[in-house]
Design a protein around this ligand. Structure first.
Ligand SMILES: Nc1ncnc2c1ncn2[C@@H]1O[C@H](COP(=O)(O)OP(=O)(O)OP(=O)(O)O)[C@@H](O)[C@H]1O
Length: 300
C-alpha cells in the first residue's frame, strides 16, 4: 500500500494553487494507492506535516508551493531517519529548484511532467541545525546578482549587472572571516560568500566546473576584493559562468567547513533565499540524503 502526502500552500505564488488540486490528486493516484491532501495555514505547517509523514512511513511527499514551502519540506525530511521521496510542484512566485532539475515553472505543465519512474538521490547541506538544498550565503551583493532577470540579461548583457551592482555598492561592506575546511584553513576579507551544493542557482551557472547535485561536495565562492571595479567584474563573471576564472574570487570544493567573523560584527546568513541564522556556522554536505522526483523532461 503506497501512500503519498500532498502538501499545498494555498497562499503562495498567485494564490490559486487550489484550482489545480483535483488534477494533481488525479495524477498522483496514477502512482499511489492513497493520496492524503493537507493545506498549510502558517509557517512551519509544511515541516510538521512532513515529519508526521516520515513517522508514518509514507512512500512519498509532493509539495505545491514556492521556495519557502519546499525549504520547509526539505528541513522536515532531512532531520528524519526514514525519508520519503520528495516531489516538487511549482506553485510559488519562485521555484528555483525546479529550474535546476529541468522542470517547467508553470504548474499546469509541471503536473503533466510528473514521472513516478524518474528519481535522483541529491545532496543536502546542513548549516548549524538547519538544512538547505541549494546554498548558504552572505553579502549585500546577493540581491544585485540574483535579481537580474533573464530578459534584462539578454537585453542589456553585462550592463544589467553593472547597473544592479552599482545600486547595491553604497551599502556593501566586507567582513573579516576565518574559514576552516577539510581542504584548507585561512583568513580573508569577504564581501560576498556562497557555499553551494551545486555551482548554479536556477539556470544561472556560476562556473563551468563540473558540479552535480549528488557529487557529495560543497562548492565555495568568496569575493575577497573590496574595490568597486573588482566587485563589478566579479558580479559579471558570476552571471556569465566564469567565476572560477576571476582573480578576485576564491573558490574551492570541500565536504565540511566552518566560518567565523573575527571582529564581533553580526553577519546574517541567507539559506536558499531566506534569512536563517548568522555567523559563526558549521556547514557540511549530506551526500545523496534525499531522493527527489525528476520531471519527465529532466536531463539529470
Ligand atoms: N495558508 C498560509 N497563509 C499564509 N502564509 C502561509 C500559509 N501557509 C504557509 N505559509 C507561509 O508562506 C511562506 C511562503 O511560501 P512560499 O515561499 O512557498 O511561497 P511564495 O512566497 O509565493 O514563493 P517564493 O518563496 O518561491 O517566492 C511559507 O514559508 C510559510 O511560512
Amino acid at each position: 500500500m503506497k501512500k503519498c502526502l500532498l502538501i499545498e500552500n494555498p497562499n503562495s505564488g498567485k494564490q490559486n494553487n487550489n484550482q489545480y488540486i483535483d488534477r494533481i490528486i488525479e495524477k498522483l493516484e496514477e502512482g499511489f494507492d492513497e493520496v492524503i491532501h493537507k493545506r498549510t495555514e502558517k509557517e512551519d505547517d509544511a515541516k510538521k506535516f512532513v515529519i508526521n509523514a516520515c513517522e508514518n512511513k509514507y512512500d512519498s511527499i509532493f509539495v505545491v508551493g514556492g521556495d519557502g514551502t519546499f525549504n520547509e519540506a526539505v528541513n522536515g525530511i532531512s532531520m528524519m531517519e526514514y525519508r520519503p521521496k520528495l516531489g516538487l510542484l511549482p506553485g510559488g512566485t519562485n521555484n528555483t529548484y525546479m529550474q535546476l532539475i529541468g522542470g517547467s515553472n508553470e504548474l499546469d505543465k509541471a503536473i503533466e511532467q510528473v514521472s513516478f519512474e524518474k528519481t535522483k538521490k541529491v545532496d543536502i547541506g546542513k548549516c548549524n541545525d538547519k538544512y538547505f538544498s541549494y546554498y548558504v550565503c552572505f553579502g549585500k551583493l546577493i540581491d544585485a546578482t540574483t535579481s537580474t532577470s533573464s530578459e534584462e540579461k539578454e537585453k542589456l548583457g553585462s550592463f544589467a549587472y553593472v547597473k544592479n551592482v552599482l545600486k547595491t555598492i553604497p551599502n556593501d561592506e566586507s567582513v573579516n572571516i576565518e574559514i576552516k575546511s577539510d581542504f584548507k584553513t585561512f583568513k580573508t576579507k569577504a564581501s560576498l560568500l556562497y557555499v553551494m551544493t551545486i555551482n548554479k542557482i536556477g539556470n544561472l551557472e556560476f562556473s563551468k566546473e563540473n558540479s552535480d547535485i549528488n557529487d557529495g561536495l560543497l562548492i565555495v565562492f568568496i569575493m575577497t576584493e573590496e574595490g568597486l571595479l573588482s566587485k563589478i567584474d566579479a558580479a559579471k563573471d558570476m552571471l556569465f559562468g566564469k567565476l572560477d576564472e576571476n582573480d578576485n574570487i576564491e573558490s574551492f570544493t570541500c565536504k565540511k567547513l566552518s566560518i567565523k567573523e573575527l571582529d564581533g560584527k553580526e553577519v546574517e546568513l541567507d539559506m536558499d533565499g531566506d534569512i536563517n541564522g548568522k555567523l559563526p556556522c558549521d556547514i557540511e554536505i549530506l551526500e545523496k540524503h534525499i531522493e527527489i522526483y525528476l520531471p519527465n523532461t529532466s536531463i539529470q
